[in-house]
Ligand binder design. Sequence first.
Ligand SMILES: Cc1ncc(COP(=O)(O)O)c(C=O)c1O
Length: 467
Amino acid sequence: MKNSFLNLINQSFAFPGKGFDLKANSLTFQGIDIAQLIEKHGTPFRLVYLPKIGSQIEKAKNLFNKAIQALDYRGNYHYAYCTKCNHFYPIVAEALKNDAHLETSSPFDIDLIINLLSKGKIDLSRTILHNGYKTEAYLKQILRLQELGFSNSIIILDSKQELTKILKLNPPKRITIGLRMATAQESKSPFHTSRLGIPPNEILDFFRKEIKGNTSVSLKMLHFFMDSGIIDNAFYWGEFQKALGLYSKIKKEYQPLNCFNIGGGFPIANRLDSDFGYESIIFKMVQRIKITCLSEMISEPDIYSEFGKYTVGESSAVIFQVLETKQQNDSEKWYIIDNSLLNTIPDAWAIKERFILFPINKWQQDYERVSIGGISCDHTDYYNSEDMNQEVLLPITQSSDPEPLYLGFFHTGAYQDAISGYGGIKHCLVPSPKQIVVEMDETGKMVDWVFRGEVGGEDVLDTLGYL
Ligand SMILES: Cc1ncc(COP(=O)(O)O)c(C=O)c1O
């Protein structure tokens, strides 16, 4: 029997599946004929399939609502999209079209929202959750949004100092706030507690001293986010229960609190056989909240999530052509692709993130084990089995073949453009700092001057497609 790549996949996975199939021996993704796109646009390119965003949002809403009904839960579920995950206009507009609320992380996010308002893509009743480190500029932007009429803007305090900072700005109306509980870190982490949020043992005291009798603020939400993501294990449920315990204690003293925010961290498929079990974990979440509220005799909160990667990750792919094959010794063969992996899927390099990798064509060819190299001159610009802990087995091809081999990395829609800095954008849209040059003048005196200013603002809005 021929050891074709197709046979290998058929023997290893339930294929077709997860949006992948073959049409005339060529890969389709979410029904898109990738070979046709290659023919039309050439490689390399990124692609995003917008309807996948809507179906992900719908799936989560359905599963939460199913659990809510089954458990006779007396609160609602609200889906928010975390914009930092992928800020591009078509993506955020698609999330809004599917009734997602938004979560922001920096002052620049507010400019995007104001732009969306001017285009009629968002209405003033949409909930906007403000996370992240609150600089004065960010707080001023949030107040600007509230002045424009966004009536459900909630400032989630990342530290106790942020309350003082907000009040110093003399907000014209009572402001609605949330508290972010800093979560414990997994044992492999270099830290015990996340730097994001307020340590759980300080929250009650802070609430009683600074919030409870304070008529300038109204506390509505308790928030927590697990840096390690939502995983059905004892560690996750321990932190979940800790946050619920805090929620209950505050709720008994303070009625306006009525929202429990589980943050982001829903995983996506990074293998064809990934099976996360969304339904059972969502059911457990709703059930645990319900049981705690019953035993503590408090009303059940509305549940919020801020899924980023889950919303957009699986909607995207990046497609390359193999330019050349290089046999460097008996066992090491390279497929050199027509771009850089460092620049296009930086998480593969930085945090050893895995993405689904498939050839687009040549599925009937025999396969072999290879490493994939980028065309940047950096020796770390590669993707292989050892580092990625997976077999990189691909159809055999040679540089001399008239038809080149094309490859796709799939489910790459989250964070990759911001981290690689597409067109000057940055993670959380934090501007690139100005560049200062120091040199000696003719007299031997040291002089310094600004060679290039900070990059951000309008240019970034343009790059992201808002202008
Ligand atoms: C506060 C907050 N919410 C939501 C998210 C989204 O996380 P994810 O993309 O894993 O869903 C993040 C990511 O860093 C975050 O910091």
